[in-house]
Design a protein. Sequence first.
Length: 188
Amino acid sequence: MASTSDIKNGLCMNYNHDVYKVVEFLHVKPGKGPAFVRTKLKSLTNGKVIDNTFPSGHKIDVVRVERKTFQYLYPDEMGFNFMDNETYDQVNIQKEMIDNSDLLKEGSVVEILFHSEKGVPLTIDMPQYIKLRVTYTEPGVRGNTATNVSKPATVETGAEIKVPIFINEGDLIKIDSASRAYVERVKE
């Protein structure tokens, strides 16, 4: 058993008969009253995000997880298929378990978290940054650069993100996989 002082981003725990992953947390010590930990928890079974507050020192049931590196192969009607590069075992994971699944490119390397005791996949940690090619975007208009102007762009996986107006079709860009935000244009 762990306590609230062990809470950190990415920690998996049993809570309300479900497995949750800590997305955000904040230790709060008010001027009056006891300290507490404000958390944002994501269910690893249905993907719902809940806000919860734990009193300081509260015991939590931590789930031991095992991280393994897998390569994304292809999507099908059952979900997304991944292969372990060491053992060549394949795993199928439902779309609901993956945040921003439309940014996954075939051949991408991801980390899959497995429940240590049960051996079932819990969730996928995508790389922080993903490089994708822009397949469609409107051409930028000269002179519109006075402010931080953005336009929609479609990337090679079919996802739509906002990019600056100087980005053109065929450009390779770096995207933050968590926020879906444009980071920079990549030189080839």
